[in-house]
Design a protein around this ligand. Structure first.
Ligand code: KIV
Length: 271
């Protein structure tokens, strides 16, 4: 089903309404025009231009190397494709931690140069001053707690977060701080399902989970993972909806064989 003819753009108000009405929110990443065009027309509620672009588009081991210029390039390509979805762009590592004025300048660049609807930032109390300043400029902020990949060198692993009481209580406190400050939504990544359900019930804003069970207000996946383009990544929480790795490999092998055999192009495939 295409939704292009019945466009009702998704807004922060609509996302809040979806939570109130118990309608689950669908969110997926995209980093380029062609993919964003497909997922927007398919009816996705939120497109995240994630800094996972560092991994799936640029081939880096972690999300740390991606720059603000690179995120703006990806964000701009995505917003050009979108009719209905709400577009969130990740603030990359080093552009908001520590200095609220730097954070505000980074967020303003993202909003001006990509025409996205919002930014996403990893962390709780530690970055609250930056979040408050960005919100005061009228820029919607999505929070991100639990496994925050920009802190991988602090955690040491990409394992499940907040399994112990102290970290779980800090996460709950941070979620309340983000919601009370005015974040319009919060992503919870790779935490126990019971904890994610508790946070989703306690805070008024929509909570979107990834590897956080079914009790959140919505779900997010990296598009390359859910389409099966990335064979080597198989965490427990990932459901693959296609096997594009096999489909694409076979298509390219078929093309190679046709070129080698002289079968392509045929009489109808030239001018
Ligand atoms: O960058 C990203 O793709 C993300 C999602 C995993 C939530 O932050």
């Amino acid at each position: 089903m295409s939704v292009e003819s019945t466009v009702r753009p998704v807004t922060t108000a609509r996302l809040a309404e979806m939570k109130r009405e118990g309608e689950k929110i669908s969110m997926i990443t995209s980093y380029d025009y062609s993919m964003a065009k497909i997922v927007d027309a398919a009816g996705i509620d939120i497109i995240l231009v994630g800094d996972s672009a560092a991994n799936v588009m640029a081939g880096y081991e972690t999300t740390l190397p991606i720059t603000l210029d690179m995120m703006i390039y990806h964000g701009r390509a995505v917003t050009r494709a979108v009719n209905r979805s709400f577009v969130v762009v990740d603030m990359p590592f080093g552009t908001y931690q520590g200095n609220p004025q730097v954070a505000l300048a980074s967020a303003i660049r993202v909003m001006k140069e990509t025409e996205a609807d919002a930014v996403k930032m990893e962390g709780g109390e530690e970055i609250l001053d930056s979040i408050r300043l960005i919100l005061s400029a009228g820029i919607p902020v999505m929070g991100h707690l639990g496994l925050t990949p920009q802190s991988i060198h602090k955690f040491g692993t990409y394992g499940v977060r907040a399994k112990g009481d102290a970290e779980a209580e800090k996460l709950v406190r941070d979620a309340h701080l983000l919601a009370d400050a005015g974040c319009f939504a919060i992503v919870l990544e790779k935490i126990p399902a019971d904890l994610a359900t508790r946070v989703s019930r306690e805070v008024e804003v929509p909570v979107i989970g990834i590897g956080a069970g079914n009790g959140t207000d919505g779900q997010v996946l990296v598009v390359h993972d859910m389409l099966g383009m990335n064979k080597g990544f198989s965490p427990k929480f990932l459901r693959r909806y296609a096997d594009l790795h096999t489909i694409m490999t076979e298509a390219v092998q078929h093309y190679i064989a046709d070129v080698k055999s002289g079968d392509f192009p045929n009489d109808q495939e030239h001018y």
